[in-house]
Ligand binder design. Structure first.
Ligand SMILES: *Cc1c(COP(=O)(O)O)cnc(C)c1O
Length: 444
């Protein structure tokens, strides 16, 4: 689509919220296309796909336990704790009823971010397919054999490529290199040095590109697909990434049951998910909707400078438009959320399932992460803090009825691999900002 000033004025006329969005003001948008579960159109993924994905994870348990001893405490499953954060709720002066939880994907083993779900899954799936096609593995085998030299030698003849702002590259790079693949990560200029260093140390090749994430992806896609033996992980349209994320819903269901937390008409569940291309929040939303139907309400959260899924869904143009078309710069400190154009695959599903999207300013992300550190002793990266404003904003917007009791989960998406000096810097910045002014959700 070619954009002119005239087009912009047209869109603002059609959707007045764009006025605030293009001024980089935080906004709260309710999705008018949300469908009740019984009225959903046919979707390109199903509950069966999700169950198959979970079974694949189960088959790889012996591989994880052998290759990554840190997964022993979760029995070879890549999963994170659910933590109740009462002090944080009080510190936020939130007035909603019900409990606030943090889903701590910042603690996911090996990759330290939510990308361990989608990224690992896609590579494991690819590895299994290759090995099965070549008669090297059968689904009934003990998958410890994926650690054997024979399979590693076999995979070393195959290439994997991925374009990434950082975290996806980390997860794909680490797992691919460990399986023996020849893996290349194409990174945008803003990707952090420590991520590039860590990837090289783990055995991945790292290529850097000037420009943003979109350019790193296209360059990676082009170079990878030039080789017929190569496989490209495409964050802009991957079904496998999506399915890897969706499995989180089964795990969360179990964690809620263990705590005797009910989810039904009288006890709705609200989940607030930081959003980049929309794959991880989309997959998790899809999974949760399969399990809890109309009783779960999912919101995506984007930085005010990168509201790509918001603009895509608000205008209905989805991946055909990018934030730059609307004069927005896509510059944010929130790693993983600096995305100008949404995933076509994920948004075609999320458009029916999400309750809404809100945007946050980077300064508030820093304030929230410092507050969380002080109140709960939990360290997360800026992107991870985005969900914490959700309940109060949903209440203000009238989505939550006054006095309605529910369970609220802010999904933390990354943090544990961040070097201590960087974390210290984030924290200090947050403390200074708190000192200057309070959280800006009062403005919305
Ligand atoms: C990638 C990422 C997200 C968002 O996931 P998408 O699939 O891009 O929407 C959120 N937080 C962190 C830390 C990430 O790395």
């Amino acid at each position: 689509m070619v954009f002119s000033t005239k087009d912009l004025e047209y869109w603002k006329g059609e959707y007045p919220l764009l006025e605030d969005i293009t001024k980089l003001q935080p906004v709260f948008w309710l999705n008018t296309n949300l469908k009740r579960i019984e009225n959903l159109p046919e979707l390109p993924v199903t509950m069966d796909d999700m169950m198959e994905a979970e079974q694949l994870w189960q088959r790889f348990i012996p591989f994880f336990e052998r290759e990554f001893p840190e997964t022993k405490k979760t029995n070879g499953i890549i999963e994170s704790p659910l933590r109740k954060i009462n002090s944080m709720k009080s510190a936020l002066n939130e007035t909603f009823y019900g409990d606030l939880y943090l889903k701590c994907d910042n603690e996911l083993p090996i990759a330290g971010s939510i990308k361990a779900r989608g990224g690992f899954y896609e590579i494991l799936h690819h590895a299994e397919q290759l090995a099965m096609k070549n008669g090297l593995v059968d689904k009934n085998d003990n998958y410890e054999i994926f650690s054997d030299k024979k399979l590693r030698d076999f995979f070393s003849h195959y290439k994997i490529g991925v374009g990434s702002t950082g975290n996806l590259g980390l997860s794909i790079g680490i797992i691919s290199a460990r399986l023996g693949f020849n893996v290349s990560v194409y990174m945008s200029a803003d990707a952090k040095q420590w991520k590039k260093d860590l990837l090289r140390e783990k055995g991945a090749a790292v290529y850097e590109f000037a420009g943003d994430f979109g350019e790193a992806i296209s360059a990676g896609r082009q170079r990878t697909l030039a080789d017929p033996q190569a496989y490209f992980v495409d964050d802009e349209k991957s079904k496998h990434l999506f399915l890897g994320y969706s499995v989180a819903a089964f795990r969360l269901q179990k964690q809620l049951e263990e705590r005797n937390i009910k989810v039904d008409k009288e006890h709705p569940l609200f989940v607030y998910l930081p959003c980049g291309v929309g794959g991880s929040p989309g997959g998790i939303t899809f999974g949760l909707k399969q399990i809890f139907g109309n009783h779960v309400h999912c919101f995506f959260v984007e930085p005010t400078h990168s509201p790509s899924v918001l603009i895509g869904l608000l205008t209905g143009e989805k991946e055909k438009v990018c934030v730059q078309d609307f004069g927005i710069d896509n510059r944010t400190e929130a790693d993983g959320l600096a995305v100008g154009r949404p995933s076509s695959f994920a948004t075609s599903i999320s458009e029916h399932l999400i309750s809404g999207i809100y945007t946050v300013e980077d300064d508030d992300l820093y304030r929230l992460l410092a507050l969380l550190e002080d109140q709960e002793g939990i360290s997360i990266e800026p992107s991870s803090a985005a969900g914490l404003l959700g309940p109060e904003l949903a209440l203000k917007a009238g989505y939550l009825a006054d006095g309605e009791i529910g369970t609220h989960i802010a999904w933390a998406t990354g943090g544990s691999l961040i070097p201590a000096v960087d974390m210290e810097h984030f924290y200090k910045k947050g403390k200074e900002l708190i000192h200057q002014a309070s959280l800006s959700y009062q403005k919305i």
